[in-house]
Design a protein around this ligand. Structure first.
Ligand SMILES: NC(=O)c1ccc[n+]([C@@H]2O[C@H](COP(=O)([O-])OP(=O)(O)OC[C@H]3O[C@@H](n4cnc5c(N)ncnc54)[C@H](OP(=O)(O)O)[C@@H]3O)[C@@H](O)[C@H]2O)c1
Length: 292
């Protein structure tokens, strides 16, 4: 059985696609309190759908984890006892999560840990519907082959951008680079759109890119991605999402907690954080305590 941890925007998207593909796969949605019944409206390709996921009990052999980074520790503590010995945990949330995982890796050496990324855009709209962007991918992998449950999930998601990737780890690092530069800049200046970062703050974008790249190379000395390729990936991302409000800018505007700790907050992993003065000053500007 598959357990989706985190019945939020991405959790609903995943549940919707699994139901839509009519996969022969039992799954449950795990909220703070445990398995939860889900009923929601989903807007997909201009059509509205009713999503209903029943509450299923029982242990899981695979988890897909879709919580914000600041809830990851709590989610692992709560739900890992529901995972069979020798199970698989797939983490798809943004940011560099390894430091948060370290205690669970040593406590549960039986688990196969996978990481990946999602490029879907999913939001809850003003009518309380989950609205999905028209395209995107959901990717995870690593060395070796997918387990049988992973194979079923990937088959179910094939038409919706589901992919197995041997280089998932490098793709995550590239995503960390893009998110750290763009989210930090948009958050620090509270920009209304990603495009404004390119139009109004190109110099800051360049300087921040240089520091974030250097930080990535310090954290992962084996990382071989070129700064030019990452810069081009970032430029294309900004172009494709130019009109969107950046998620960190939105969280700050709404007084919500951000995922800064696993993005610009990776500064704390540097041997000499003062080498990253621009990133450091921007990090302070996005590390606000949420308002109640
Ligand atoms: N939305 C997107 O389009 C998108 C795209 C790419 C990547 N991402 C990344 O994917 C991750 C999830 O994003 P999201 O937009 O789906 O976030 P979200 O809408 O905030 O959903 C997270 C869900 O996790 C739940 N949760 C928190 N602690 C939990 C626990 N201990 N056990 C079970 N559930 C728990 C939250 O419940 P409460 O609200 O009740 O705390 C919430 O329903 C983030 O890292 C985000 O940056 C999102």
């Amino acid at each position: 059985m598959l357990g989706i941890i985190g019945p939020g925007a991405l959790g609903h998207m995943l549940g919707f696609f699994l139901k839509k593909s009519q996969a022969e796969l039992a799954f449950q949605m795990l909220a703070h309190e445990g398995p939860r019944v889900i009923t929601a409206k989903i807007l997909w390709q201009g059509q509205e759908f009713d999503l209903k996921i029943d509450q299923t009990q029982g242990l899981c052999d695979t988890f897909i984890v879709l919580v914000k980074s600041y809830h990851l520790t709590e989610a692992m503590q709560q739900h890992l006892p529901r995972l069979h010995l020798g199970g698989t945990v797939i983490l798809l949330g943004n940011g560099y999560l390894e430091p948060l995982l370290a205690p669970y890796r040593s406590a549960r050496p039986d688990i196969t840990w996978r990481k990946g990324l999602v490029t879907w855009g999913v939001k809850r709209d003003e009518n309380d519907r989950y609205s999905l962007s028209p395209s995107g991918t959901i990717v995870w992998g690593g060395p070796g082959a997918p387990s049988s449950t992973e194979g079923l999930v990937l088959a179910a998601l094939r038409d919706y951008g589901g992919q197995w990737a041997v280089d998932a780890c490098d793709r995550r690092k590239a995503k960390w680079f893009c998110n750290t530069v763009l989210n930090t800049l948009c958050g620090a200046y509270r920009l209304p759109s990603n495009g404004a970062a390119w139009q109004l703050f190109r110099q800051d974008l360049e300087a921040l890119s240089t520091e974030v790249y250097r930080l990535g190379r310090e954290i992962w000395p084996e990382w071989t991605a070129s700064k030019e390729n990452l810069g081009e990936t970032l430029r294309r991302l900004i172009e494709m999402t130019a009109d969107n409000e950046n998620s960190m800018a939105r969280d700050l505007r709404l007084g919500r907690q951000t995922e800064a700790d696993v993005l610009s907050g990776c500064l704390s992993l540097s041997a000499v954080p003062s080498r990253y003065s621009l990133l450091s000053s921007f990090h302070e500007r996005v590390s606000q305590t949420p308002t109640l």
